[in-house]
Design a protein around this ligand. Structure first.
Ligand code: DQA
Length: 160
């Protein structure tokens, strides 16, 4: 499909406040710092990255629609939308792009309403609780399963 692996990194509501918001839960990295690290890692891994943060559900949905045919993978931290946005779930399912859900915090160790993700079932996997490393690991996953022809394989087949 595309020569270079292309990954779209989406962040949902309130993640623009990282570095300032509930530091004991989310750490002190800003979203800009996380994205800069992703760009650097992307350079090393030969992955081109686009990023979008939005506090508006519809903007995230439109970004997912437009991603069809353009990206090999999506990394998404949907913020609180994780727990109730069937619309984001349906958008990911509709475009069929392999998506990894990331959370900075361990949502399973927090309030009950955070224990359920309505989005994770349509993702290839979920990483929660590892802080910003979750994003970096997700990117490494997309790099690791790229085959010698530069194409993305489906499912896990890295680190052979
Ligand atoms: C979060 C967890 C969500 O429950 C919360 O609403 C967020 C951030 C995380 O990264 O840990 O906004 O997605």
């Amino acid at each position: 499909m595309v020569d270079i692996t292309k990954v779209l990194v989406l962040n949902g509501p309130n993640l623009n406040l990282l570095g300032d918001r509930e530091i004991s839960v989310y750490g002190n990295s800003t979203l800009e710092q996380i994205n800069n690290n992703l760009f650097q890692l992307g350079n090393q891994l030969n992955i081109s990255i686009d990023t979008l943060q939005s506090n508006i559900e519809g903007e995230l949905i439109e970004a997912i629609h437009k991603a069809k045919g353009k990206y090999d993978g999506i990394i998404i931290n949907p913020g609180a939308l994780t727990h109730y946005s069937y619309a984001i779930r349906d958008a990911i399912k509709a475009v069929g792009i392999d998506t990894i859900e990331v959370h900075l915090s361990n949502i399973y160790g927090r309030e009950d309403f955070r224990h359920k993700s309505v989005i994770a079932p349509v993702c290839i996997g979920q990483i929660a609780g590892l802080g910003p490393f979750g994003y970096y690991l997700a990117l490494q996953y997309f790099a690791s399963r790229r085959n010698a022809n530069g194409q993305q394989n489906k499912g896990f087949n890295g680190y052979k």
